[in-house]
Write a protein that binds this ligand. Structure first.
Ligand SMILES: [Zn+2]
Length: 66
């Protein structure tokens, strides 16, 4: 019984931390876990979530091909 309650509390804590203000996400480009600004980009028809660093790199790359 006690174990079940503990699991429930732990799960709740995880949900709260996920929904919390510290926006944690995994960058689809470099695969690193990042906090802070995220950018949604459409690359080759697919929606990807990328970090600020990769976004800047992409922007630089994009300017080369223009
Ligand atoms: Zn990245």
């Amino acid at each position: 019984m006690k174990k079940k309650i503990l699991t429930a509390v732990l799960m709740l804590g995880m949900i709260v931390s996920l929904a919390g203000c510290g926006k944690k996400f995994t960058c689809d480009l470099c695969g690193e876990e990042k906090t802070g600004k995220s950018h949604t980009q459409k690359i080759l028809g697919e929606k990807v979530l990328i970090c600020d660093d990769c976004y800047k790199e992409l922007k630089e790359l994009g300017s080369l091909f223009k």
